[in-house]
Design a protein around this ligand. Structure first.
Ligand SMILES: [Zn+2]
Ligand SMILES: [Zn+2]
Length: 144
């Protein structure tokens, strides 16, 4: 078993996450515990396929079911980085992914960089900017 260490830039502690999963009606199976530890340890984004590849004894369907439950209780979140599969990460990080259209490089930027835009959209159009579900589409410095 890996020892959970503090993941950077997140506010959700591992034990609190376990508690939420338990309270959410999810049994803490060995697979779920292992996957949750993985997501915490990775500290970044990982796809369901990559998670499954790390564990011969956990099939992809179990990974998807577990991730769905983790999302339901708010301990992980997913983002669409481009045309590929959704990537999951530990909840609570206040960063947004910016993905290069050309080379696919992912840069994490602080979410508050977009506060001014969010406020303006809200003021002018009553639109609440929903950040985090889709990545920003950019050209990275190397590709510009
Ligand atoms: Zn690029
Ligand atoms: Zn989605």
């Amino acid at each position: 078993m890996t020892t959970p260490r503090p993941a950077p830039a997140t506010t959700l502690a591992f034990d609190d996450a376990m508690e939420r999963v338990r309270e959410g009606g999810g049994r803490i199976t060995r697979a779920r515990r292992v996957l949750l530890e993985d997501l915490y340890d990775v500290g970044g984004r990982i796809t369901a396929e990559e998670l499954a590849e790390r564990h011969d004894d956990i099939d992809l369907a179990t990974v998807y079911r577990s991730l769905a439950h983790f999302e339901e209780v708010g301990v992980v979140e997913h983002v669409h980085l481009g045309h590929g599969p959704a990537a999951y990460r530990w909840s609570g990080a206040r960063t947004i992914a910016a993905v290069c259209d050309h080379c696919g490089a992912v840069t994490d930027i602080p979410a508050d960089e977009l506060d001014a835009l969010a406020a303006r959209l809200d003021d002018r159009y009553g639109l609440r900017l929903s950040l985090g579900h889709f990545a920003l589409s950019v050209h990275c410095p190397a590709c510009s």
